[in-house]
Design a protein around this ligand. Structure first.
Ligand SMILES: C[S@@+](CC[C@H](N)C(=O)[O-])C[C@H]1O[C@@H](n2cnc3c(N)ncnc32)[C@H](O)[C@@H]1O
Length: 371
């Protein structure tokens, strides 16, 4: 708390405002949400910005879904969409108000209750056994099928394809093979069990690595033969798949996560000298130089001078992209007084994307803040 304001909530709302959307988005997070717990366990993510991270991940996925509808020539305002494996509505909440009718389902009854009661979405509990859940203009599975063992993956693809109405689209994600480079693969489908996995037994839920050609082959067998795979198109992490029975538009693709970046380290000395370091990259263009650091709010004053194009071999390795090897940046400057937060902001004004925020606390004066 600072000045009586709920700071995490305020930062989340400031971040949402950078999206320049008039559609309200629920900011309530259920601490039981495993997606929230993943963020909680990331040491690099300061507690005060967790809610921003959570909202941002959901918003990026929702943008991907809206992009998929556009590519499949589906009018979002008139569409009926199922968020399959909705969890606690991390993505669902960003679809509401942007799509005509949003429904949701999950095997986790607590998650379904949250989505229904807190987000006001028609949500239902479904069984783990593959079954066609209805018929929709789009069926969306963000980070769901990539957790299934082989037989279950195949069976669910076969069950979900008939849930896609004529001209509709199936949107789902798989792990990018390059993101699991350390995992020993076993043919074209590798499954690593994850004990205690969401709503299913350890044998049914884990991390799956499936060869893209195999995904294509499965989709074709269902009749959804117009297929697109965007490597790392979801969160710069998972491959995003679109499958439909009609030709996909190629001209409207906009990367849902146009630019991604992070403030990795910040140091402010007692005299106000600030040094911050991080990285920024775009899937389309590789290392991205158009970022700046702003203090307190996404439209706050620019802090210091930025040096871009610095080596970032870790990002190149993690993303499996050589053109991320010089995505590093460094800012040196001086700040006056306590700093509420630092925002890494893309300077692409047309999009106005706020990339990252790092909470710095309210020290008495601009005193040292470190990792
Ligand atoms: C990694 S979470 C993703 C949740 C949500 N889509 C998101 O992106 O935040 C995977 C979700 O799939 C759900 N799930 C697992 N098996 C399922 C099944 N057979 N049918 C529907 N949902 C399932 C889990 O309960 C969990 O909520």
């Amino acid at each position: 708390m600072a000045n009586g304001v709920n700071v995490p909530e305020r930062l989340a709302r400031e971040w949402l405002a950078t999206r320049r959307s008039s559609t309200p988005v629920a900011t309530a997070v259920d601490p039981r949400d495993p997606m929230w717990r993943v963020i909680e366990q990331q040491p690099a993510t300061a507690p005060e910005v967790r809610r921003v991270e959570y909202l941002r991940a959901g918003a990026e996925a929702a943008d991907a879904v809206l992009g998929a509808l556009a590519r499949a020539r589906i009018d979002a305002a008139g569409a009926r969409v199922l968020d399959f494996g909705c969890g606690y509505g991390r993505v669902t909440r960003h679809l509401v108000g942007r799509i005509g009718v949003v429904e949701a389902c999950d095997v986790d009854a607590d998650a379904v209750a949250f989505v229904r009661d807190t987000l006001g979405v028609e949500a239902r509990v479904i069984g783990t056994e593959p079954r066609t859940p209805g018929r929709y203009d789009a069926v969306v599975c963000t980070s769901v099928l990539n957790h299934f063992p082989e037989a279950r993956f195949d069976a669910w693809v076969a069950a979900l394809a008939p849930a896609v109405a004529d001209g509709g689209v199936l949107v789902f994600s798989t792990h990018d093979p390059a993101s699991l480079a350390g995992v020993a693969t076993d043919g074209d489908y590798t499954f690593v069990r994850q004990p205690g996995g969401h709503g299913a037994g350890a044998d049914d839920y884990g991390t799956a690595l499936v060869a893209p050609a195999r995904v294509v082959e499965r989709l074709r067998s269902t009749g959804l033969a117009s297929i697109d795979r965007r490597a790392r198109g979801l969160w710069f992490l998972q491959d995003l798949w679109l499958a439909t029975d009609r030709p996909l538009r190629r001209d409207v693709w906009r990367d849902p996560t146009a630019v991604r970046g992070r403030i990795d380290r910040v140091r402010i000395d007692a005299d106000g000298a600030l040094v911050a370091e991080g990285w920024a990259a775009s899937l389309d263009a590789g290392a991205f130089r158009g970022v700046e650091l702003r203090r307190d709010a996404p439209d706050g004053p620019v802090v210091g001078a930025i040096e871009a194009g610095l080596p970032s071999p870790g990002q190149a390795a993690f993303h499996g992209r050589d053109d991320f090897a010089n995505a590093g940046w460094r800012v040196s400057g001086t700040v006056d007084g306590p700093v509420d937060a630092l925002w890494l902001v893309a300077t692409d004004r047309a999009r106005g994307i706020a990339l990252d925020v790092r909470w710095l606390g309210r020290a008495a004066g601009a005193t040292a803040v470190s990792e």
